[in-house]
Design a protein around this ligand. Structure first.
Ligand code: ADP
Ligand code: ASP
Ligand code: MG
Length: 407
């Protein structure tokens, strides 16, 4: 007997018919003798609708109340799925995050799971029940409802799989696996049979929203076998593989990720002295603003320029801080730009191949796309370009690195 965690995203539970189809799939697995735990999202559009309601009252509602509100979407779907399962003769019990003690820290809206008490779930499973858990939510030590950030049901599923020592965590979604890039942008993107955990982590962190980044981190840390599959059709999906060795001959580039969520800030004419970068960037991170790409350069006259990117939602706050710092340092100017996008090529094959960056830049230049910033890791090269060139850049790179052709 295997213990399998299934996760269904918003589109997969978007209507009553779809919830019934999910019930049929869960029932099939249960009848085949598996113990099944299901993590669910809210119906598609519901979380956005709830956020919209809150914003009608207050542009910046209290984070605690926001979590009480947005966590309700998942409470609806878990109950409906259990009803659908009961209706077809499968015993099932639904639980909110708090009820199965998904304990998190208190960072409302971006809480991290600390531990899960799996006793109750094991007892239900042993009694022959399917267990259905609300994704995206948990509770802190004071009993406050918390949520895990957008797309957080993926993380709930993987964390449940880790806590229950499940044999596999299957993420059912509206695509039949992880593709070489978002198939909505490149129509000849290809489904990958396997992708290494490390590559998936880079893809997710560079903007591929098919899996929430924390779910991939969790899967790596607790060695949870993870598979992305379609909830609408049968198929093998994509395995997120923990081992690089068991992959066949790897392409240099496995996938392309992109992200339109960032904005760029530049501070010019600051002293080229120890402590200046700390003064600029320290103040930003002290304000809990995450910084992504950072570039510093020194001009002939010994004045320095620092450019960095933050999430677009943080642009105003970062700009305010930067203007203050600019005053203190006697900087020449501060400039902001939110019409940017980041495109990244990812692949473990890069480790053993030279010239990948040059090829990327050649492809972009042949399309007349100017590169504003560049950042690299061992298995990734990311560039910031003007937002209006994003799709062109992704398509050109997909073709240029032959990602439409199977290896
Ligand atoms: P769910 O609601 O099931 O969690 P998401 O919308 O969060 O689904 O994630 C699935 C979507 O991720 C797909 O519809 C697709 O547009 C997008 N996506 C982005 N990058 C990729 C990729 N590399 N492979 C597959 N899907 C991707
Ligand atoms: N419902 C939440 C969201 O829309 C969580 C999820 O679907 O994973 O972000
Ligand atoms: Mg998702």
């Amino acid at each position: 007997m295997s213990l399998i965690v299934h996760k269904y995203g918003g589109t997969s539970v978007g209507t009553i018919e779809r919830i019934q189809a999910v019930a049929a799939r869960v029932a099939e697995s249960h009848k085949a003798g598996d113990q099944v735990v299901v993590a669910l999202s809210a119906m598609s559009g519901e979380t956005n609708r709830l956020i919209g309601l809150a914003k009608e009252i207050d542009d910046q509602p209290p984070a605690r109340e926001m979590d009480v509100l947005v966590s309700t979407g998942e409470q609806v779907t878990i109950a409906l799925l259990c009803m659908a399962l009961n209706k077809i003769g499968v015993a099932a019990k639904s639980y909110t995050g708090g009820q199965v003690r998904i304990m998190t820290d208190s960072a409302h809206g971006k809480a991290r799971i600390k531990e899960i008490d799996s006793h109750k779930m094991h007892a239900d499973l042993d009694a022959g029940s399917v267990v259905v858990v609300a994704g995206f939510q948990g509770t802190d030590e004071h009993g406050n409802i918390t949520t895990l950030g957008r797309g957080g049901s993926d993380t709930t599923a993987v964390a449940l799989a880790a806590a229950l020592k499940a044999d596999e965590c299957q993420i059912y979604t509206d695509v039949d696996g992880v593709y070489t890039t978002d198939p909505r942008v490149v129509s000849d993107a290809r489904r990958l049979e396997k992708i290494t955990f490390e590559e998936m982590l880079e893809m997710a962190s560079q903007g591929s929203k098919v899996l929430q980044i924390r779910s991939v981190e969790f899967a790596g840390k607790y060695k949870v076998p993870l598979r992305v599959k379609s909830s609408f059709e049968e198929g093998p999906g994509t395995l997120i593989s923990l081992e690089e060795d068991d992959l066949m001959e790897k392409a240099v580039v496995s996938g392309i990720a992109f992200n339109r969520d960032e904005a760029k800030l530049t501070i010019r004419g600051i002293p080229d002295q120890p402590g200046v970068a700390y003064k600029v960037l320290g103040a930003i991170s002290d304000a809990n603003i995450e910084i992504d790409v950072i570039v510093q350069n020194v001009a002939k006259d010994n004045s320095a320029t620092i450019t960095f990117t933050v999430h677009r939602n943080d642009l105003d706050a970062a700009n305010k801080l930067l203007l203050q710092i600019a005053d203190d340092l006697g900087a020449e100017e501060v400039e902001t730009d939110d019409a940017i996008a980041k495109v990244s090529i990812v692949g473990v094959g890069m480790r053993s191949h030279a010239g990948v960056a040059a090829k990327m830049f050649e492809i972009l230049s042949s399309e007349g796309i100017n590169i504003q910033l560049i950042t690299t890791s061992e298995i990734k090269i990311a560039v910031v370009v003007e937002e209006r060139y994003l799709e062109l850049a992704v398509r050109a790179l997909h073709k240029g690195f032959d990602l439409h052709v199977s290896v």
